[in-house]
Ligand binder design. Structure first.
Ligand SMILES: Cc1cc2nc3c(=O)[nH]c(=O)nc-3n(C[C@H](O)[C@H](O)[C@H](O)COP(=O)(O)OP(=O)(O)OC[C@H]3O[C@@H](n4cnc5c(N)ncnc54)[C@H](O)[C@@H]3O)c2cc1C
Length: 374
C-alpha cells in the first residue's frame, strides 16, 4: 500500500524532531524520515551546552533568538520529561573560562560585565587562588578566569529522543529510510522518494543538518550549509567529579551526569569525513594538559566525530523554500543546534500552520541567500 503522511520531515536530528514535536502540539501529524537512527549524528553527540549569551552572532543577529530558545528549553523541560518518560537532564551549570595568556584577560573581564547584567546569570572575574580553591586540579599556571553561572545543559541524545517520543504519542511516526529525491507538480512537492519506496505528503520539511546541500538539486534552491567536523573524547577520571564546565587553551571540559567528562571540542573543515582521528585525540590531550593535567592521560570511554551544519553567516536557515508552496527548511544551526532546536521547531511549525511566528527569525529566511539555481 502507498505510504502517505501530512508532513514528511527529512532528518531525525534535533531540528527535525523539534519540528515534529511542535507540529504535534498544533495537532499536525508528521513522519520523520531518518536513514541513520534518530539523533545518531551531531544531535546525539553534542556537548549539550545551552549558552545563550556567548558564541558567533551573540550579541548580534543570533542574540534574541538564542535567548528565546534558552527560555523555551527551561519552559518545556518538566512537561517534555513527563510526557516522554525520558529525563534528558536539563540543569543549570557553572562555567569557568580560564585565561592562559595576558591577552585573554581583557575580553573575559568584559564578558563578565556583560553577562552579569542578565537576569538569572552571575558572572565575575576570579583570581588564580580562587580557582585553586574551587577546583584544585586546574593547572596552577592559569592567570585567572571568568566565573559564569546561569547557562544550562541537556543530554542531547535523550533530548532529541524525548521530542520524537512525544510527537509519536500524538500520532506522528518515524520511517527509517534514505531520501534520494523529491517528486513535484508545479510548485508543490507531492512525494518523497526513498531508496526503498515513496511517501506521499502534503508538506515537506528539510532538516538534513550538514547534508542539507543535497536538497539543492532536488529543489533548485541554494542551501549553503557545510559540514564542520567536531570531535569529543569522553574521559574517565578517578576521584571527585568535576563540578564546573571548564574552557581554556582551546580545550573544553563538560562533566556529564553519567560520570564521564566530555572533552574537546575541535573544528575541522574536512567534508563529510566522520572518522574519529587519533591525531585530533592527541591534540585534545595536549590542550587538556595545559588546563587540567589529570585529564590529559585519562582513559577514553568513547571517542566521537560529528558534523555541524554551518552557513556562510553562521545563522540558521528557517522558513519556506523560495519558489515552493509546501517545502520548509529547518537547518543551519551550526555550533548551537541543541540550544536552538526548540526555536527552530516552534518557528517552522508556526509558519507551516499559521504563516507567522512571534520568534525572532526574520534574519534567517532562506531568501537571504537569494538565488534559485538554474
Ligand atoms: C562536537 C560537537 C559539539 C557540539 N556541542 C554543542 C553544544 O554544546 N550546544 C549546542 O547547542 N550545539 C552543539 N553542537 C551543534 C549541534 O550538535 C548541531 O547544531 C545540531 O545537532 C544540528 O542538528 P540537526 O538536526 O540540524 O542535524 P543532525 O543532528 O546532523 O541531523 C540531521 C539528520 O538528517 C539525516 N539525514 C540527512 N540526509 C538524509 C537523507 N537523505 N535521508 C534520510 N535522513 C537524512 C541524518 O542522518 C541526520 O540524522 C555540537 C556539535 C558538535 C559536532
Amino acid at each position: 500500500m502507498a505510504e502517505t503522511t501530512d508532513v514528511a520531515i527529512i532528518g531525525g536530528g534535533a531540528a527535525g524532531c523539534a519540528v515534529a514535536f511542535y507540529l504535534a502540539q498544533a495537532g499536525v501529524k508528521s513522519t520523520i524520515i531518518e536513514r541513520d537512527g534518530l539523533g545518531n549524528q551531531a544531535s546525539g553527540n553534542a556537548a549539550g551546552g545551552l549558552n545563550p549569551l556567548t558564541g558567533i552572532g551573540i550579541p548580534g543577529p543570533l542574540g534574541s533568538f538564542a535567548w528565546e530558545c534558552y527560555q523555551l528549553h527551561a519552559e518545556m523541560y518538566e512537561g517534555l520529561k513527563e510526557q516522554s518518560g525520558i529525563d534528558y537532564q536539563h540543569r543549570t551549570v557553572t562555567k569557568i573560562d580560564l585565561a592562559l595568556e595576558e591577552s585573554e584577560i581583557v575580553g573575559l573581564k568584559a564578558s563578565a560585565d556583560r553577562i552579569n547584567g542578565v537576569e538569572g546569570f552571575q558572572a565575575h572575574w576570579i583570581e588564580p587562588d580562587e580557582i585553586a580553591k574551587l577546583e584544585p586540579r586546574i593547572a596552577p599556571g592559569v592567570l585567572g578566569g571568568l566565573y559564569d553561572h546561569g547557562n544550562t545543559a541537556v543530554a542531547s541524545h535523550e533530548f532529541t529522543h524525548a521530542l520524537a517520543a512525544v510527537a509519536g504519542k500524538m500520532g506522528s511516526t518515524v520511517r527509517a529510510g534514505n531520501v534520494r529525491s523529491l517528486e513535484s507538480t508545479g510548485g508543490r512537492v507531492d512525494r518523497v522518494v526513498l531508496a526503498d519506496g515513496e511517501v506521499s505528503c502534503g508538506q515537506v520539511v528539510m532538516a538534513m543538518g550538514p547534508w542539507s546541500r543535497r536538497a539543492e538539486s532536488w529543489l533548485g534552491v541554494y542551501i549553503p550549509v557545510d559540514p564542520l567536523k567536531g570531535e569529543i573524547l569522553r574521559l574517565e577520571l578517578e576521584g571527585a567529579p568535576i563540578k564546573y564546565d571548564i574552557t581554556g587553551a582551546g580545550a573544553a571540559i563538560y562533566p556529564k551526569l553519567d560520570g564521564l567528562n566530555w572533552c574537546g571540542t575541535t573544528e575541522d573543515w574536512k567534508g563529510f569525513d566522520l572518522e574519529p582521528s587519533e591525531e585530533v585525540a592527541q591534540e585534545i590531550r595536549r590542550r587538556l594538559a595545559r588546563v587540567f593535567p589529570e585529564l590529559a592521560n585519562a582513559k577514553v570511554a568513547k571517542h566521537t566525530a560529528c558534523l555541524r551544519p554551518v552557513t556562510p553567516d553562521w545563522l540558521p536557515v528557517l522558513g519556506r523554500a523560495p519558489g515552493w508552496e509546501n517545502v520548509y527548511l529547518a537547518t543551519g544551526a551550526g555550533k548551537k543546534g541543541i540550544l536552538l532546536a526548540p526555536g527552530i521547531g516552534k518557528s517552522v511549525a508556526d509558519l507551516m500552520t499559521s504563516g507567522q511566528t512571534a520568534l525572532s527569525i526574520q534574519g534567517y529566511f532562506p531568501e537571504r541567500f537569494a538565488t534559485q539555481l538554474d
